[in-house]
Design a protein around this ligand. Structure first.
Ligand code: SF4
Ligand code: SF4
Length: 160
């Protein structure tokens, strides 16, 4: 009796497994055809960083170093400079004259984004970051800063 119950349990398990297989066979494919087609990202995807500007084009980063302090991989390097009347780069007292992120070390944890009080640093959707040259994995402020003025609708935009 116990033996036939075991056989029935096994048959039920196989039928259940095949049911999943057949259901997936009939459902639409979700495989990305990369690199032949563009990749679709979830909004929450953490790709390469973007340094943001405000609506007037000022850099949002005020060189407070909170992102660097929060970074567990110690891969953010900042040099701060004072804004002056003649040369105003950000809305605060200071701005980041140098802002580097070393992608050899970054683990895309997002702590820097969470720590930033001005929403100056965010994650973009750039994911093609691999390189044979480790030096090229150190991204500078110029690589990450949102261009200004913003691109027009009919101009090609680099994916971020
Ligand atoms: S995502 Fe994490 S590891 Fe990368 S720079 Fe930000 S805090 Fe550092
Ligand atoms: S990115 Fe944000 S947290 Fe980092 S230095 Fe600039 S303002 Fe501060």
């Amino acid at each position: 009796m116990a033996k036939s119950a075991g056989v029935l349990d096994a048959a039920a398990a196989i039928a259940k497994g095949l049911g999943v297989t057949f259901r997936e066979l009939l459902s639409p494919t979700v495989t990305e055809d990369y690199p032949d087609s563009p990749v679709r990202f979830q909004e929450r995807f953490r790709g390469g960083h973007v340094l943001q500007r405000d609506e007037e084009g000022m850099e949002k980063c005020v060189a407070c170093f909170l992102c660097a302090a929060a970074c567990p991989a110690n891969c953010i390097y900042i040099e701060a400079a004072e804004n002056t009347e003649e040369k105003r780069i950000s809305g605060g007292e200071r701005y980041a004259e140098v802002y580097n992120i070393d992608y050899n070390r970054c683990i895309f944890c997002g702590y820097c984004v969470e720590a930033c009080p001005t929403d100056a640093i965010t994650h973009g959707h750039d994911f093609e970051l691999a390189d044979y040259d480790t030096a090229s994995l150190i991204k500078r402020k110029e690589d990450m800063l949102v261009p200004w003025p913003p691109a027009q609708k009919d101009q090609p935009v680099r994916q971020r």
